[in-house]
Design a binder for this molecule. Structure first.
Ligand SMILES: NC(=O)c1ccc[n+]([C@@H]2O[C@H](COP(=O)([O-])OP(=O)(O)OC[C@H]3O[C@@H](n4cnc5c(N)ncnc54)[C@H](OP(=O)(O)O)[C@@H]3O)[C@@H](O)[C@H]2O)c1
Length: 440
C-alpha cells in the first residue's frame, strides 16, 4: 500500500474529536478506499489538557496552528476551529503557502474568504475541500459538483440550519412560543448560548452563498443574500400556517434571474410557508435538506443530519479520501478566474404568494385600514384570519389583535409597498412579518 496521508488537525472540539474517532473506527475500510492509510500526525487546539474522550497521546501537539500547518510531517491540514477570520484564516493561508491541501468545515470562512483561499489553493496546485461546511453530513457539494455536474440548475434551495429547524418543528409539535423552545434547545445542546448566528439566518446564508457559487458557477457573494431570521415568529404564526395547510421552515434559496435581460443571481434566507405536500414540509428536528432542480436531472433531494460529530466527521473524512486518491479539483467546480460575477437580483419584481402577519391595536376600523393599504398597493387578499387579544408574545396590557393574510400571486413589490403605506400607522403595535409561500 502507498505511503500514508499525514494529516494535522487544528481544532479538537465536536467535529475534531469526531474525525479522530472516525479515522480510528473505520481505519481499514478508509485505507482500502483511499488506497493508502490516513493518519493523524499532529494536533492543535486552545487547551492541551482538556479531556476530549479520545486518546491523543500518539500525536504531536502544537500550541500555534500556523506552526502546525508548517510541520514537515503533515500533508493535509484539517481546520475545525471556526470563525471567518482569526486563527482559522491564518492557518488556512499558511497551509497553502506551505504547499499543502486544506480540508475545512468552516462555512463562515469559506463564505467570506472562499475565493481568496481557492485562488491560493489553485496557485499551489493543491486541494481546498469543504464538504462539511454545507449541510454537515449530507454530500451535497459532491452531489452538485460531481453527480449532477451535467445540469444547468434552475434553483437550489433548502433547510440549511438544524437549530432553526429544530425550533420551528418543536414549536409546531408543542404549540409553544419561540423563546421557550429556544431556551430548551440551548439546554439540550441544539442551540449555542449565543444563538444569533443561527436564529438570525446568518449561518444558513453562509451555506447558501457557497451552494449558489457551486450550482451557478458564480463568485461567492455572501453580502448579496437577503436574510431574515426566525426570532419574530410566534406560536400563532405556526398555528395560522397549519390551519391554511402549511408548515413554516427557514428556507435558503438561490436562483438565476433573467427578468432584466442579463443573468442576475437571487439569494434569500427567510422563513417560508411550505405546503404540507412539499418534501421539505416533512423535514423535522435538526435535519437539513437541499433541493436542487437540474434541467435534466429534475428535482434532486438531499436530506440528512446537518450537524453533529459523526455526520460532520463523515464529510470531512470523505474529503480526505479524495485527497488521498490524488484528486485535485477546482474548489468551486471551475477555476476561480472562470467563475462569473453575477449581479444581485432584487426581490421587487419576483412574483409569488405571501403570508403577512400584522399585530395591531384592538380598535374599530383597523382591519379596514389594513385592507385599504393592500388595495392601494394592488395586493389581492386570498384569505384573512383575525385572532383575539392579547396574543402570545405581545406586550401585556395593550389590547392587541393578530391579523394574518395570505395574498394571491402577485409581485413582491406590491406587498412591500403596502407595508410602506402602513409604516407610519399608529394602529400597528409591531412591524409586520412577511413570509413567502414556497412554490411547488
Ligand atoms: N458542530 C457541528 O455539528 C458542525 C457541523 C458543520 C460544520 N461545523 C463547523 O466545524 C467547525 C468546528 O466546529 P465544532 O462544533 O467542532 O466547534 P467546537 O466544538 O467549538 O471546537 C472548536 C475547536 O477549536 C479550538 N479553538 C477555538 N478557538 C481557538 C483558538 N483561538 N486557537 C486555537 N484553537 C481554538 C477549540 O479548542 P479548545 O477545545 O481547546 O477550546 C476547539 O477544540 C466550525 O467551523 C463549525 O462551523 C460544525
Amino acid at each position: 500500500m502507498a505511503e500514508p496521508l499525514r494529516i494535522a488537525l487544528a481544532g479538537l472540539g465536536t467535529v475534531g474529536a469526531g474525525v479522530i474517532r472516525l479515522l480510528e473506527t473505520n481505519s481499514e475500510l478508509i485505507a482500502r478506499r483511499a488506497r493508502r492509510p490516513i493518519v493523524v500526525t499532529a494536533i492543535s487546539a486552545r487547551d492541551r489538557y482538556k479531556p476530549r474522550g479520545v486518546d491523543l497521546s500518539g500525536y504531536a501537539w502544537e500550541d500555534d496552528m500556523v506552526i502546525l500547518a508548517e510541520r514537515p510531517d503533515v500533508d493535509v491540514v484539517v481546520e475545525l476551529v471556526g470563525g471567518s477570520d482569526g486563527p482559522a484564516l491564518a492557518c488556512a493561508r499558511t497551509t497553502f503557502e506551505a504547499g499543502k491541501a486544506l480540508v475545512t468545515a468552516n462555512k463562515a470562512m469559506i463564505a467570506h474568504h472562499g475565493l481568496e483561499l481557492a485562488t491560493r489553493a489553485e496557485a499551489a496546485g493543491v486541494s481546498l475541500k469543504f464538504e462539511a461546511a454545507v449541510a454537515g453530513g449530507i454530500p451535497v457539494i459532491k452531489g452538485l459538483r460531481e453527480g449532477a455536474a451535467a445540469n444547468a440548475f434552475e434553483r437550489v434551495y433548502g433547510i440549511l440550519n438544524g437549530t432553526c429547524n429544530y425550533i420551528l418543528s418543536t414549536m409546531e409539535d408543542t404549540g409553544r412560543d419561540f423563546a421557550s423552545v429556544l431556551a430548551d434547545a440551548q439546554r439540550l445542546g441544539y442551540a449555542e448560548s449565543d444563538p444569533s448566528f443561527d436564529v438570525d439566518g446568518i449561518d444558513a446564508a453562509h451555506k447558501l452563498s457557497i451552494l449558489a457559487a457551486i450550482a451557478f458557477g458564480s463568485r461567492i457573494d455572501f453580502g448579496a443574500v437577503e436574510v431574515t431570521g426566525i426570532s419574530q415568529l410566534r406560536a400563532a404564526d405556526i398555528a395560522q400556517a397549519d390551519s391554511l395547510g402549511y408548515v413554516i421552515r427557514l428556507i435558503g434559496m438561490a436562483e438565476p434571474d433573467f427578468s432584466e435581460g442579463a443573468c442576475k443571481l437571487f439569494q434569500r434566507v427567510q422563513p417560508h410557508l411550505v405546503p404540507f405536500d412539499h418534501p421539505l414540509a416533512h423535514v423535522d428536528g435538526a435535519t437539513n435538506a437541499v433541493v436542487a432542480e437540474g434541467n435534466f436531472s429534475g428535482r434532486l433531494l438531499f436530506q440528512g443530519a446537518g450537524a453533529g460529530d459523526g455526520p460532520t466527521a463523515s464529510a470531512v473524512v470523505a474529503d480526505l479520501i479524495d485527497i488521498a486518491r490524488g484528486e485535485v479539483a477546482s474548489p468551486f467546480s471551475v477555476p476561480v478566474s472562470d467563475l462569473e460575477t453575477l449581479p444581485a437580483a432584487t426581490s421587487g419584481h419576483r412574483r409569488g404568494r405571501a403570508y403577512i402577519r400584522f399585530t395591531v391595536a384592538d380598535r374599530p376600523g383597523v382591519l379596514a385600514e389594513l385592507t385599504a393599504a393592500m388595495r392601494d398597493a394592488g395586493v389581492s387578499i386570498e384569505s384573512l384570519i383575525q385572532k383575539g387579544a392579547p396574543e402570545d408574545g405581545g406586550p401585556d396590557g395593550i389590547g392587541e389583535v393578530l391579523v394574518a393574510m395570505v395574498t394571491h400571486e402577485g409581485p413582491e413589490s406590491g406587498v412591500t409597498h403596502a407595508i410602506e403605506l402602513l409604516s407610519q400607522s399608529p394602529s400597528l403595535t409591531a412591524p409586520p412579518l412577511v413570509m413567502h409561500i414556497l412554490g411547488k
